[in-house]
Design a protein around this ligand. Structure first.
Ligand code: 13P
Length: 339
């Protein structure tokens, strides 16, 4: 039964030309995003914003899943439709962020560890009753000449694997998200080195914890230079370096890799994904699970005003459509100006 449920969710999530919308910002993060448009982060404003996203007409053509925050699972639109149901009506599977955020890793100055394993099975059962079919857990790796330490690589991999095993036992598909942060002035080579080490460790741990690779998604960061590094990389370069590291570390049994955008601009995130898909067939599908890169233009168009809902939804749909094209290697910069 559980295997059948997991398979059905995978089938719904992994579709050619579609990806995932990450709308699961934590309290502090959504407050930071709203601040850029001078909107206060109240429960009502968060409900309005996420209702707008989930009721975007046509979104289901390019988006197969949406990651929600716990609060959103229990919210409804003005007409009383539960938000997970809005997603379902468009053929979009609802998922839930289940980690409880990061804290400093004791014994490893500068490194962080994600918490939230205690009581996870019970919480998953409740989320499932509210309509969630998949989950997300994010581990972060700060990069410097010495970070992340071996301890951080091992501890975060162990937590990701324990989370994924608990999810699968509950019939929930886990998204495993190891994010190598873009912050800093490190080189692209350093990002590649850290990403390779992190992914090796994660897949070792997934194996130890008997996670079924066919029933999970990987959500990694791309291999890029640090944000403040002097030389920024072109999409073709990002694509070659990222795919090289993924081919070394991610088993072919994983059906799909859905990247996070991690601070790239919307256009960069789309162009980089497109460039990867232009490299030709890979063992896994290469798609998106973007938060900022899908939402930013829509948020700027909205500015907290109901009257701007339509243009905001148009902006979201445009990014979804262009990323859908990038999943097929059919995006071009000219498409940005087309509408
Ligand atoms: P970004 O695409 O904005 O990095 O968000 C994706 C996400 O879910 C981070 O956990």
């Amino acid at each position: 039964m559980t295997q059948g449920e997991l398979q059905a969710t995978m089938h719904a999530l992994v579709q050619k030309g579609k990806g995932i919308l990450a709308a699961d910002e934590s309290g502090p993060t959504i407050a930071k995003r709203f601040k850029t448009i001078n909107v206060e982060s109240t429960e009502e404003n968060r409900r309005a914003w996420r209702s707008l996203l989930l009721t975007t007409p046509g979104l289901g053509e390019f988006v197969s899943g949406v990651i929600l925050h716990e609060e959103t699972l229990g919210q409804a639109t003005d007409d009383g439709t539960p938000l997970p149901q809005c997603a379902a009506r468009q053929g979009i599977v609802a998922g839930i962020k289940v980690d409880a955020g990061k804290i400093p890793l004791a014994g490893a100055p500068g490194d962080e560890i994600t918490q939230g394993l205690d009581g996870l099975a019970g919480r998953l059962a409740a989320y499932q009753r509210q309509g969630a079919r998949f989950a997300k857990w994010r581990a972060v790796y700060n990069v410097s000449d010495t970070l992340p330490s071996r301890l951080a690589l091992e501890a975060n991999a162990e937590a990701l694997a324990r989370y994924a095993a608990i999810c699968q036992e509950q019939g929930i598909v886990p998204i495993v998200e190891p994010e190598v942060l873009i912050d800093g002035d490190h080189t692209m080579a350093r990002c590649a080195e850290v990403t390779e080490a992190a992914l090796h460790e994660v897949f070792h741990a997934l194996h130890r914890h008997r996670v079924v690779l066919e029933h999970m998604l990987l959500k990694p960061s791309m291999v890029v230079p640090g944000k403040t590094h002097a030389h920024q990389a072109a999409p073709a370069e990002v694509a070659v370096q990222t795919v090289r590291i993924l081919r070394r570390t991610v088993p072919a049994a994983v059906p799909s890799i859905n990247f996070l955008s991690g601070g790239q601009t919307p256009e960069e995130a789309t162009a980089n994904l497109d460039a990867m898909n232009l490299l030709g067939p890979q063992p896994w599908q290469l798609s998106f699970s973007y938060g900022r890169a899908l939402q930013e233009p829509a948020l700027q168009a909205w500015k907290g005003q109901a009257a701007h809902a339509r243009s905001s939804q148009d902006a979201l749909l445009k990014r979804a459509r262009l990323n859908g094209a990038a999943c097929r290697g059919r995006y071009s910069a000219a498409m940005e100006a087309a509408d």
